[in-house]
Design a protein around this ligand. Structure first.
Ligand code: ATP
Length: 607
């Protein structure tokens, strides 16, 4: 039996209501309902497609389905037409922007929204303890400072909720969404839709949000650190007042005025075709105030600080270039320990200046250990990669580069040449002037500098009054006082008797107390003079002296009385440290070169 005759018999069977298959009779669904006017089928007509279609269409079921299909299709077409017309109208009249919440713009808008009336009356909110970079509870419905204990509460727009508001006669809707950002990550975005024909109104809204935010964070700067491919906000911190930095007269002004002048002379640079960039190299003793000065200057110039970490894992020439490309226009770029990228590891293998200055004067002139700056590379940054990066920093207008190092000699001349690092400022160990000022400002009550009439409320005998040595069975010892040798780790001090030690706790560290005598400016100056006279010139870093004073936080008289003994002790310790560091071949020679361990010692003593 050929195919045509099979098909014919099937169709005939359908017409008659039964199908015979392999000898078995099967009743079809239409067995009882006689088919309407189906045309008689002949094998010849079956072979012709139009006839077959006409035959199929003659079936009422098929006709019904086709009607449904046509109606559905028409409806879908209408829907699509309306949707695309609506989005065309929307695109014509509305502006839609999406902001990432982690981006600066996102923070501005969240802050601005938090102050808006619509947000204050919103019925659906999220609550978070995120700080939004301003230390006050910025995204709060009331803006009030909450209790100082624990984290602050912030109210946020709820996810997938749209808030409607009016801005300058423009209708605005803001929706906070969570979208996928990679396989395992999500990110939050803010979508703003504004009924406006051009971008002006939207720009005005974003600028207003930015202004509000910056006003609220007026006393703060943001610190960013480089990761291997972007800048991550590390923290926002209060601006450090410049007057809290104590340097030799003229030093602060030198750097600050230079930076200010640079920022103000964009046209001058442009007229002469000189790239508008400026680099400062602050070098010298550790703990002398290099980083502190940079942070203060950033606050003074109202610029954020971008810390470029050359020794970060995964940092190489290409990642360095890509993070540089992400820098904003006006900012301070800080490269700490710029020499570290060229040493093995990040060990500070320079001679400790404090140790050198306390040692015999004849050793002070010895040359520092020579270093090969280019062949021992710990990170995967090459010298040419770094030079390119520094040039890249200067490629954008208004960026100020600050680099610090403790090891000036290790730097390649190409790195330090004008155009990359223009102004080199040396930070030495503490001078008599700094020593005096440090003491005076440390013990002067706040505002006393301005108010000469501060009443002198000195205690007649502060030791008797509890401002002297710590009393009671608890032994409180500063880390600097309890570390007898640089080579041995600090051990908790033992108390007077075994029974005492069982009963009482022993602490290592500096106890905090704000109770102390209020010194008049005159008295403070007098004590400061005595203190400065007892501390050798250029022998200690400011950080070390500050650490010492911290242990006498409320005892200025004791600080002066004990400083001579402390200096002697430091000398002894450092000599002992030098001897234990010395190689067996020559103990004396080692004192200048064994700086790695002496640095460790300096760190231990600093609180
Ligand atoms: N000149 C200074 N005036 C005021 N405080 C100072 C000064 N120098 C150091 N300090 C204090 O010492 C600490 C360390 O200072 P800072 O980090 O600025 O030193 P640094 O020179 O950058 O050190 P390093 O080279 O080790 O990075 C800070 O707490 C700072 O307050």
């Amino acid at each position: 039996m050929d195919a045509v005759s099979i098909l014919q018999s099937v169709l005939t069977a359908i017409q008659s209501g039964s199908v015979s298959f392999n000898g078995t009779e099967v009743l079809t669904a239409n067995a009882t309902a006689p088919l309407p006017t189906a045309a008689p089928i002949t094998p010849l007509s079956l072979l012709q497609l139009p006839t077959l279609i006409a035959h199929v269409l003659s079936l009422s079921v098929v006709r019904d389905w086709l009607k449904l299909l046509l109606i559905g299709g028409a409806l879908e077409l209408c829907r699509r037409f309306l949707t695309s017309s609506w989005s065309a109208v929307k695109n014509y009249f509305w502006i839609t922007v999406t902001l990432e919440e982690g981006d600066d713009c996102g923070y501005w808008l969240l802050y601005w929204l938090s102050k808006h009336q619509v947000f204050r009356t919103a019925r659906t909110l999220d609550v978070s303890t995120r700080t939004f970079r301003i230390d006050a509870p910025v995204v709060s419905d009331s803006g009030e400072e909450e209790s100082t204990k624990g984290r602050n509460i912030s109210f946020l727009p709820s996810l997938d909720t749209t808030y409607h508001l009016w801005y300058n006669y423009h209708y605005v809707s803001v929706t906070r969404n969570q979208v996928n950002d990679g396989p395992w990550q999500t990110k939050q975005t803010l979508r703003i839709q504004m009924l406006a024909r051009n971008h002006e109104a939207l720009r005005a809204l974003l600028l207003e949000a930015k202004k509000h935010y910056l006003n609220a964070s007026g006393n703060m700067i943001s610190i960013y650190v480089s990761t291997s491919d972007y800048w991550k906000l590390m923290c926002t911190q209060n601006k450090r007042p410049l007057k809290s930095i104590i340097l030799d007269p003229g030093m602060i002004e030198l750097v600050l005025n230079d930076a200010k002048d640079f920022l103000a002379s964009k046209d001058w640079y442009a007229e002469r075709g000189i790239p508008h960039c400026r680099g400062f190299l602050l070098y010298g003793a550790p703990g002398a105030g290099k980083t502190s000065l940079i942070h203060s200057i950033a606050g003074e110039l109202n610029l954020d600080v971008y810390i470029l970490s050359l020794t970060r894992m995964g940092m190489d020439d290409s990642t360095l270039n890509s993070v540089i490309a992400e820098l904003p226009d006006k900012c301070i770029v800080l490269v700490e320990d710029i020499d570290a990228a060229f040493h093995k590891g990040i060990r500070r293998d320079i001679a400790d200046p404090e140790k050198q200055n306390l040692d015999a004067p004849e050793k002070q002139g010895q040359p520092q250990q020579e270093k090969d700056a280019s062949d021992s590379i710990s990170s995967r940054i090459t010298l040419s990669g770094l030079l390119n990066a520094l040039d890249g920093i200067g490629a954008q207008e208004g960026r100020i580069l600050f680099a610090t190092t403790n090891d000036y000699k290790a730097l390649d001349p190409a790195l330090c040449r004008p155009g990359r690092l223009d102004l080199h400022v040396e930070f030495k160990l503490t001078s008599k002037y700094q020593c005096r000022e440090l003491f005076r400002r440390f013990y002067l009550p706040s505002g006393a500098d301005k108010d000469e009439k501060v009443e002198e409320k000195e205690l007649t005998d502060e030791k008797d009054s509890g401002y002297g040595s710590p009393s009671g069975s608890v032994s409180i010892t500063s880390t600097s006082e309890s570390s007898p040798s640089p080579s041995t780790p600090p051990t908790p001090p033992s108390t007077s008797s075994s029974s005492d030690s069982e009963l009482s706790a022993t602490y290592v560290g500096i106890a905090h107390s704000s109770r102390g005598p209020t010194l008049s400016p005159k008295k403070a100056a007098e004590l400061a003079d005595r203190f400065a006279a007892l501390v050798p010139n250029r022998a200690f870093s400011m950080a070390t002296l500050q650490g010492y004073l911290m242990t006498y936080k409320t005892r200025p008289y004791d600080a002066v009385d004990d400083v001579e003994a402390w200096v002697e002790k430091k000398k002894r310790e450092q000599k002992a440290g030098a001897r234990s560091d010395a190689p067996s071949s020559g103990a004396d020679d080692a004192s200048a070169s064994s700086s790695g361990s002496s640095r460790t010692e300096a760190k231990t003593e600093e609180p």
